[in-house]
Design a protein around this ligand. Sequence first.
Ligand SMILES: Cc1cc2nc3c(=O)[nH]c(=O)nc-3n(C[C@H](O)[C@H](O)[C@H](O)COP(=O)(O)OP(=O)(O)OC[C@H]3O[C@@H](n4cnc5c(N)ncnc54)[C@H](O)[C@@H]3O)c2cc1C
Length: 304
Amino acid sequence: MVGAGPAGLTAAARLAVRLDGGVLVLDREPEPGGVPRHCRNRGFGLRDLRRPLTGQGYAHALAQRAAAAGAVVLTDATVTGWSDARTLDVTTPEGRLRVSADAVVLATGARERPRHARLIPGDRPASGIYTTGQLLTGLADFTGHRAVILGTEPLSWSTVTTLRRVGCRTALLTTERPTPGSYAQRLRHGATVATRTRISRIDGRNGSLAAVEIEHLVTGQRRTIPCDTLVLTGDWTPDHELARAAHLDLDPVTRAPLVDPTLRTSRPSVYAAGALIHPGGTAANAAATGRRVADQVLAQWGGR
Ligand SMILES: Cc1cc2nc3c(=O)[nH]c(=O)nc-3n(C[C@H](O)[C@H](O)[C@H](O)COP(=O)(O)OP(=O)(O)OC[C@H]3O[C@@H](n4cnc5c(N)ncnc54)[C@H](O)[C@@H]3O)c2cc1C
């Protein structure tokens, strides 16, 4: 498995019990768990582990389950490429490794597009602009007080709560959509939503974010919202570098590796699962593809 997030760990736990070991999970991070490891909010575990957990608790439970099943989880291990069709090049603090396997499952996840990839005009302040992933990993040093959030997905709303916990008020959520998203979420969080709008300019002052300008898509009317924090949510891109390096067929729109119903990619010994193939989904969905891919790998390679 490349990636010790919900998809990779779930696949590893299911495979390792049936293969009597023989399952290695590689992750470049110092701890297993993937994105949920950085999430302190609840909202994980109910569907797949049947109990409500914080992201951190969920990551811990999945890692424990994989280890208890006999999978070996190697952290600080970055897969940098392929030596041949079934052999991965891995860099660790102790040196470089080559890992060969009958089957390789890519479960490398997805990330939100950063500011530079979103073509938002204006200044380029050194601080104050985050994706939700960047916000969560840097929360200990966060000092913002007034935020604008781009997007109205469930993750955008949970960002309102995350920011409030660290003393930052959300002035506005902006979306190009005609409706503001979940009514229940708006009631609960009490934040204002500007629909049919886009960010038309970012203003910086002394290297920090000072304001964003939003433009109404229909009327063209613009207004400036002073803020020291801008959080860019949604607009996912799959972490597909290893798929590209293997010259796997990619979806022309999402750039995720193309998979058949057995989650096999265009290279027969390479499978893909989780947010890599469904960017923007929930952790439970990623875990579900982990279970599916484990069954397919077993069906194909389990008898060897
Ligand atoms: C900020 C944020 C909040 C979220 N909140 C929720 C929520 O409340 N509830 C919910 O259900 N879902 C939530 N999600 C979505 C959920 O986290 C994802 O659906 C889930 O983590 C996807 O699991 P995954 O295993 O596919 O990928 P990931 O969790 O992204 O794990 C991929 C792993 O692959 C590793 N990796 C990548 N490339 C390499 C490489 N070359 N070598 C070695 N390792 C590599 C990464 O280090 C990472 O650990 C949230 C997502 C974000 C970004």
